[in-house]
Design a protein around this ligand. Structure first.
Ligand code: APR
Length: 260
């Protein structure tokens, strides 16, 4: 999409968001690629290089050593990443009262680091690990230091059980989904940023907003199965799209004389 088309989309998106009563954001891995974290299904996606089964509960149970060999590399990338302009723009839209909640599929903690406050992390957060035997919880750095000192799989200091990341693995329930769907059912606009909308139940969230008569705004580099269903589609980079949406929102709020 050309810059001009992104700007047109940003103007329409900003208008819909400012006119909404309860707008939420729904984000996926695509919002964090500009922070150096690969997505899963894009051209350089993780699942283009690795088997997604590596991120499943079955694999953790059958080969915890192999599981940690895969995850430790992923966590090293996550722990060095910083929020990018798209995360920061979303946090600003929340401060302006335009976005009420961020519902994310990402485990990278970047929305919180960017200053967003109302966040639902559907697939967990990499910052903590817990023991599969006694459930004791620890900072992920403990698992990293144990792994780096040769202890694989990393084990619980309390009971010796195997430690695992506090993230939702393939084959596990998404415990936060009911709260997210409830929020979606009272929302009249959803700003989807950087998701292929191909993993359920998470992908139901923006669909529920649309099904309740809300507006769906889609910001994604590649087409998705929901492009024809959305009200505004922007095939733009998340950072550019979100910055343009933010500046258009400020223009509208400024013009309305509302304190911005
Ligand atoms: N700007 C906009 N869109 C981008 C950018 C960017 N800078 N970079 C990548 N994208 C788009 C890609 O084109 C892709 O369509 O983001 C989308 C990311 O889609 P996925 O890789 O499928 O990621 P996501 O939708 O978050 O996956 C959902 O799948 O593997 C599981 O648990 C994992 O939470 C993840 C879930």
């Amino acid at each position: 999409m050309s810059n001009g088309e992104c700007l047109t989309g940003a103007k329409r998106a900003a208008k819909a968001l400012v006119n909404s009563r309860h707008a939420i954001a729904f984000t996926g891995a695509g919002i964090s690629t500009e922070s150096g974290i690969p997505d899963f299904r894009g051209p350089q996606g993780l699942w283009k290089r690795f088997n997604p089964a590596l991120a499943s509960i079955d694999y953790l149970n059958s080969d915890p050593r192999g599981f940690w060999d895969f995850y430790i590399e992923r966590f090293r990338v996550l722990s060095s990443a910083k929020p990018n302009k798209a995360h920061l723009a979303l946090a600003e839209l929340e401060r302006l009262g335009v976005i009420k909640y961020v519902i994310t599929q990402n485990i990278d903690d970047l929305h919180r680091l960017a200053g967003s406050v109302n966040i639902i992390e559907l697939h967990g957060n990499y910052k903590t690990v817990y023991c599969i035997r006694c459930n004791s919880s620890y900072p992920f750095e403990l698992a990293l230091s144990k792994y780096e000192s040769g202890e694989n799989p990393p084990r619980c200091p309390r009971c010796g059980g195997i430690l695992r990341p506090n993230v939702v693995l393939f084959g596990e329930p998404v415990s936060e989904i009911s709260k997210a769907l409830e929020l979606a059912s009272i929302s009249d606009a959803v700003l989807v940023v950087g998701s292929s909308l191909s993993v359920y139940p998470a992908a139901y969230v923006p669909l529920v907003v649309k099904q309740h008569g809300g507006v769906m705004i889609l910001v994604n580099l590649e087409p998705t199965d929901y492009d024809d269903y959305a009200d505004v589609v922007m095939h733009c980079k998340a950072s550019e799209a979100l910055e343009q949406i933010l500046s258009q929102v400020k223009l509208i709020l400024g013009g309305a004389g509302v304190g911005a």
